[in-house]
Write a protein that binds this ligand. Structure first.
Ligand code: FMN
Length: 288
């Protein structure tokens, strides 16, 4: 059988610029996180070990808490569903919104629905492992092993909440207030949004971080792939919810990772920014 790896080592590397295919970190990582009969055996042991009471309990509450932060309770609004939203219409109508109406303030019920329906705990199930007294809190999106590696931070620019940085508590549907103030200018320096996306006139900037250990503890290197999948699920779900609320959103891939990590107060290694999603009221089209 032809050895594809050998062929690729010799192959034209032009799509990778001056990086040889064999040197590409992306391909190297992908090769090393593939399932095959050898890695499967090794990973199988890791996955089996995971069902120890200690690890099961430890992973049953996969979210951060800021116990001293002032809180805003969003839970009274968490189950509100926008009326008349049709899934296929939402899919058809979603497109990246780059221009926002600066007069609009995102309401507290809108914030609650955006956060709760994308990454809030919506269903609890008792852990059956002997010796463990706990629950797994499931969310609307799928997560490998129910390990939920992500944390959601929200920078409120224009909403009914005070401007500032908040952390979302998925178990109680609360916002924990971390850093008051108008952070627009700081965000503009860290996120390459303009001139294509009008960040300063948007309502919210959602910053998703990932805690790789929550995945690696069970899935090893392959867990990193899973964490990236999950940040995509959350971003897409939030974009569709925004659409259902008459809001618009745009993902941003260009941002200064470590400046955002510092702004969030996370270390950038064990917990690191994964996604930037801008949300706001769609700017009405100018009259012709
Ligand atoms: C991971 C990701 C990163 C993106 N980064 C940017 C960005 O930095 N700047 C920007 O203007 N658009 C960005 N976009 C939006 C894409 O340009 C947009 O989704 C694409 O042009 C398709 O258009 P649509 O979303 O309107 O269907 C990003 C989209 C994704 C999924």
């Amino acid at each position: 059988m032809t050895n594809l790896r050998e062929i690729f080592r010799e192959a034209d590397t032009s799509p990778f610029g001056d990086v040889n295919v064999a040197q590409s970190l992306a391909m190297l990582y992908h090769e090393n996180s593939k399932f095959d009969r050898f890695s499967q055996r090794k990973l199988g042991d890791k996955i089996n070990a995971f069902y120890s009471p200690y690890l099961t309990k430890r992973s049953s509450q996969p979210y951060k808490c800021y116990p001293n932060a002032p809180r805003i309770d969003l839970s009274p609004y968490k189950d509100l569903a926008p009326e008349g939203a049709n899934y296929f219409d939402l899919l058809a109508n979603r497109s990246s919104t780059r221009s926002y109406d600066p007069r609009y303030k995102i309401s507290i019920p809108e914030l609650a629905v955006l956060l709760q329906q994308s990454y809030g705990v919506t269903r609890k199930q008792k852990i059956e492992t002997e010796g463990v007294d706990g629950h797994v809190g499931f969310r609307q999106i799928p997560s490998p092993g129910g390990l939920y590696p992500l944390e959601i931070y929200v920078v409120n620019l224009r909403s009914q909440c005070e401007p500032g940085l908040y952390h979302f508590r998925p178990d109680t549907c609360e916002l924990e207030f971390l850093k008051p103030g108008d952070h627009t200018e700081q965000l503009r320096k860290m996120i390459y949004a303009e001139p294509y996306i009008n960040l300063p006139e948007s309502g919210l900037v959602v910053l998703t971080t990932g805690i790789i250990e929550r995945m690696a503890i069970k899935y090893g290197e392959r867990g990193y792939r899973f964490m990236l999948h999950e940040s995509g699920f959350v971003a897409m779900t939030m974009s569709l919810i925004a659409e259902s609320l008459g809001l618009g959103s745009c993902m941003v891939g260009g941002y200064k990772d470590d400046q955002i990590n510092e702004f969030l107060g996370v270390d950038g290694v064990f917990e690191t920014v994964q996604n930037v999603l801008i949300i706001g009221k769609k700017q009405p089209c100018p009259l012709p």
